[in-house]
Design a binder for this molecule. Structure first.
Ligand code: SAM
Length: 430
């Protein structure tokens, strides 16, 4: 027969039929997810033990109070749901390569996929860790929305757009639990179909050079809006643009009071169709405290700002309105550092270790309080000049007293809080 065997990480997958989806290019996505989950499950276990201790000590508090308050059970179990599993490769790798996991559920709507997953579980001898499920992903997640049944982590890796799975996912993940979400409909997210983007993600995408970071910020905004309906909110750990897809890792917490801060984490984006500059208009905006002028002290939330006009102040062309975008930080710096250290210390565990180290090193250097970026080619292209070498451009910005970094999403990127006026001044001196 034309059976194919595929080895990836510690898993070996047999594929009897072409009808079950397998994409070798996504090895980086799976490796990165394993690295993230390794750090996450460790933290989560520690948090749960602390909670169990508190529960044991505090006899005046009923266990229901603690459970409802935290939304997490204190059994120490860590269950991961792979809601759209296809071959089961990802689940098998999680079972063999992520520490602290007690159970994994590998689900798929396709019967052929579930049969393939079952064969692969036996082949890899992970029967004790993985359960299969043949169900619609949403139905399965809804069955797990009671706090006693929620998952520590849920992986959503659909074809195209994940938004139809978000309502159920944000309800069936534990307090402090992790959502790992892929989107591959980049044409929609990156500005080629702004209307479709609005109908699917609740935000208008923009045709701009920084479209990949815009895509990440639309995705985060979308998850947050789903979570807010249930008095929950997200904390992004890592947000990656790679190849033809984006992948975000966010923690979900419960707390109605925190949901009031959501508007200050979102902005509308005024995009100039002439020079590609983008001005963000926060939806809420924290009131700037006169003693805290340093944006660093606003923890990445943008301060309230006056309305943006119809025309661009730099080139007098019209603005396009996009968003709302997530304008708070898209990564957790210390979490990223720990994932990076883990991969640097154990490169033999990851087929794509080199790439992970490269990408996470860039992510760690990104200016976390500066949403979006310029690109040198667009800046100079606009005025029909030959592009200035990146190094010279960056030192000019540094010399003017502003920080500058790359974005992992583009080789040509310039991330800086410097005013657009300064960049155009630099361009004019070239
Ligand atoms: N996560 C896999 C990996 O890393 O190799 C790939 C998943 S593949 C892109 C998407 C899978 O979702 C397909 O196997 C498809 O059968 C399944 N699927 C599509 N809609 C579904 C639904 N509503 N519920 C459950 N599974 C679904």
């Amino acid at each position: 027969t034309n059976q194919k065997t595929i080895k990836e990480g510690k898993a070996e997958i047999c594929l009897k039929t072409e009808k079950v989806f397998y994409n070798p290019v996504q090895e980086f996505n799976r490796d990165l997810s394993i690295a993230v989950l390794s750090i996450f499950t460790n933290d989560f276990k520690v948090e749960k033990l602390a909670l169990a201790e508190k529960k044991a000590k505090n006899k005046t508090e009923t266990s229901a109070d603690i459970n409802e308050g935290s939304g997490a059970d204190t059994t120490g179990d860590i269950t991961i749901l792979e809601a759209l599993s296809a071959t089961g490769l990802r689940s098998i790798r999680y079972a063999k390569e992520v520490p602290n996991v007690t159970k994994i559920i590998a689900n798929d709507l396709s019967l052929q996929a579930v049969e393939t997953i079952k064969d692969n579980i036996v082949h890899n001898q992970v029967e004790d860790l993985i359960e299969t499920s043949h169900d619609d992903a949403c139905m399965l997640m809804y069955k797990h929305k009671h706090f006693s049944k929620r998952f520590a982590a849920i992986d959503l890796d659909p074809y195209g757009c994940p938004s139809v799975f978000l309502d159920s996912a944000v309800q069936s993940v534990q307090d402090g639990g992790l959502l790992l979400i892929t989107a591959t409909d980049m044409a929609v997210l990156a500005g080629n179909a702004p209307e479709t983007c609005y109908s699917k993600y609740g935000a208008i995408s923009l045709k701009t050079k920084c479209c990949h970071e815009v895509a990440l910020r639309i995705m985060l905004q979308c998850i947050e809006s789903h979570a807010n309906r249930y008095s929950r909110y997200i904390v992004p750990l890592l947000s990656i643009s790679a190849d033809f897809y984006i992948r975000v890792f966010v923690k979900v917490y419960s707390g109605a009071i925190h949901c009031k801060k959501t508007t200050s984490k979102l902005s509308m984006a005024y995009h100039c169709t002439g020079c590609d500059s983008i001005t963000l208009q926060p939806l809420g905006g924290i009131k700037p405290n006169p003693t805290e002028r340093n944006p660093q002290q606003t923890k990445g939330y943008l301060p309230a700002a006056p309305p943006v006009g119809e025309f661009c102040v730099h080139c007098n062309q019209r603005h396009h309105l996009g968003g709302p975008l997530w304008s708070a930080p898209i990564h957790d710096e210390s979490f990223v550092s720990r994932v990076l250290t883990h991969v640097e210390d154990n490169p033999q565990l990851f087929g794509t270790a080199k790439r992970i180290i490269g990408v996470l090193s860039m992510v760690r250097e990104e200016l976390h309080d500066v949403p979006l970026y310029y690109t040198v080619d667009k800046l100079f292209g606009r005025v029909h000049l030959e592009t200035m070498p990146m190094l010279i451009m960056r030192s000019a910005i540094l010399n003017a007293g502003y920080k500058v970094s790359y974005s992992h999403a583009s080789r040509m990127s310039i991330k800086t809080a410097a005013p657009a006026q300064l960049l155009w001044d630099i361009v004019r001196t070239w």
